[in-house]
Design a protein around this ligand. Structure first.
Ligand code: SDX
Length: 395
């Protein structure tokens, strides 16, 4: 009766969407990309290899992987004109606003890739360009926000190390990429890489189903991810934990607020539409969070508050009855903080991780024979037919 329908981009109307990319069992807390368990991929693979796996469906051969990485590195420049776009934004502009606009603007510089039915070669060019350039646009958005010069990638650094290099190197001070940080960020990108039909991925499929180009579809996905109930939650978690710290670490007060029906406050980083068990990604992040802070010798009081809050919530009947567990966003912000990444860039980090998943779903959809434009239906709950009343007779 609410007019809510199941959005189903693959089939144009409502029903269930078929996909061969990611499998989730919410009750068991299982997550697999193309059949490979998330924990095994985090332990044995890399974000670049997982990106190839998600997009092309198979782990790459050594030759395929080398060619893929070389193309991603080759395409890591953006048109010099685009640099002036960044300086047109005020310094306080949220990086997600900049990122979504810049990704859509990439289409202006690659008109040859705007075809609604790209050849496999054109599709591969678009995909490697996006994977490479979105990371550059994200780093440039950060540099704009801190008023520093843009820094370009280095051929010898891998995808993740180059992102950290572009973020933290400046013309007068080199940033040595710490392997511990690089590995932790690579894992974070892997666990964010895909999550079946979440809000932003469904948005990418929805926009792509109209045959809009991939740049436009990804830009729309970035906007959907920005929401505090979705990718914006990782920024909200840290702000919530900082509020709790300022409030004398009284996390019981915040648990009571979250339970109060008259209070719109929700425990950010808790709960999930699909996982009614512990989000496997949260478990992996929590482990890496402990290891990273320990290896970097960082004692972040926010981590202790997060652990105390988690322990209190997991033993509270309200959360137990509703099967509310920590999700992927609960610990990720603490790891980003330890890396020196500012809070307003946390959702951008989520977008960088999710990019291969969005691309994979777009590719799967446009390659699916007979895919039609998404056109969800509704349950009409408005007024029955009625006659027009002239304004002079309205009271
Ligand atoms: C992501 O879909 C994906 O896969 C998303 C994602 C991905 O990888 O793409 O996993 C990433 O977006 C993770 C979620 C990040 N968002 C947050 O952490 C925001 C806080 N969480 C919630 O707002 C909520 O849990 C959602 C949005 C995540 C899920 O909401 P649902 O499935 O619509 O749950 P619901 O609103 O129907 O809640 C069911 C009950 C309600 O209580 P009752 O009306 O039954 O009494 O649980 C309560 C809710 O009030 N509830 C919470 C809560 N989440 C749900 N109560 C307090 N705190 C919370 N966080």
């Amino acid at each position: 009766s609410t007019g809510y329908v199941t959005l189903d981009p693959s089939y144009g109307n409502t029903g269930s969407c078929k996909s061969a990319i990611t499998y989730i069992d919410g009750d068991q807390g299982i997550l697999r990309y193309r059949g490979y368990d998330i924990a095994e991929l985090c332990e044995k693979s890399t974000f670049m290899e997982v990106s190839y796996l998600l997009v092309y469906g198979e782990l790459p051969t050594p030759e395929q992987f080398t060619r893929f990485k070389d193309k991603v590195q080759h395409h890591s420049l953006i048109h010099e004109d685009m640099k002036s776009f960044f300086t047109a934004y005020p310094g306080h502009a949220h990086p997600m606003a900049i990122l979504s606009a810049m990704v859509c603007s990439l289409s202006v510089y690659h008109p040859e890739l705007l075809k609604s039915d790209p050849t496999p070669k054109e599709m591969s060019q678009t995909i490697t360009r996006l994977l490479s350039k979105v990371r550059v646009l994200a780093a440039f958005a950060y540099k704009r926000s801190v008023g520093e010069a843009f820094v370009y990638t280095k051929p010898k650094l891998d995808y993740v190390a180059n992102f950290l290099h572009m973020m933290f190197t400046n013309p007068v001070e080199d940033y040595e990429v710490d392997e511990v940080i690089r590995k932790a960020l690579d894992v974070l990108f892997i666990i964010h890489a895909d999550h079946e039909q979440n809000c932003s991925t469904s948005t990418v499929r929805m926009v792509g189903s109209s045959k809009a180009n991939l740049f436009a579809a990804i830009s729309a996905g970035i906007c959907a991810l920005w929401g505090p109930l979705h990718g914006g939650a990782n920024q909200m978690v840290i702000e919530m934990l900082e509020d709790i710290a300022k409030d004398g670490c009284n996390y019981k007060k915040y648990i009571d607020k979250a339970k109060d029906k008259n209070d719109p406050f929700r425990l950010m980083g808790f709960g999930h539409r699909v996982y009614k068990n512990y989000d496997p990604r949260a478990q992996i992040i929590k482990k890496h969070c402990d290891e990273l802070l320990d290896q970097l010798g960082i004692n972040d009081p926010i981590l202790e508050i997060a652990k105390g809050l988690e322990e209190a919530a997991l033993t509270d009947p309200y959360f137990i009855e509703r099967k509310l567990y920590p999700n992927v966003d609960f610990y990720s912000g603490i790891v980003y903080r330890a890396m020196g990444i500012p809070t307003n860039m946390f959702t951008v980090m989520f977008a960088l991780g999710r990019l291969p998943g969005w691309i994979a779903h777009w590719k799967e959809m446009i390659e699916e024979p007979g895919t039609r434009i998404a056109r969800p239906r509704q349950i009409y709950v408005g007024s029955p037919q009625r006659a027009y009343v002239p304004i002079n007779r309205r009271r």
